[in-house]
Design a binder for this molecule. Structure first.
Ligand SMILES: [Zn+2]
Length: 119
């Protein structure tokens, strides 16, 4: 058996190209259009089933919302589920306000400020 030659040539060190110069001049930032608009960041308001005091986004008055109830898609879905599981009581979503959508309106301009959907 002929002894195999194990003389591999020594690994050549690869010559990596020189790293790009990261100290190149940074691109000038485009002028920022600040303008005179004032952005008011307000905390997120939770619109539930009760009236809340907030600023109307239509008349910009500090108002306490008027909550009305509307039959929404969630009410219809509840109606269907109740009908399938009980065969009755499917009218409940139309009688119980907590099973309906809550619409918050401004008492001054009647603008709909927010709608809390059941689903
Ligand atoms: Zn308003």
């Amino acid at each position: 058996m002929k002894p195999q030659q194990q003389a591999y040539p020594p690994q050549q060190q690869q010559d990596y190209p020189p790293a790009p110069d990261y100290n190149a001049q940074p691109a000038p930032t485009p002028p920022y259009h600040a303008g005179n608009t004032t952005v008011v960041v307000t905390a997120p308001v939770f619109y539930g089933s009760f009236p809340i005091t907030t600023v109307c986004n239509n008349c910009h008055e500090n108002v306490t919302t008027v909550v009305t109830h509307e039959i929404g898609s969630g009410s219809w879905l509840l109606c269907l589920v109740l009908f399938l599981f009980t065969g009755m009581c499917c009218f409940l979503p139309f009688c119980i306000s907590s099973m309906q959508d809550h619409v918050h309106t401004c008492p001054k301009c009647q603008h709909t400020i927010a709608t809390k959907r059941l689903m």
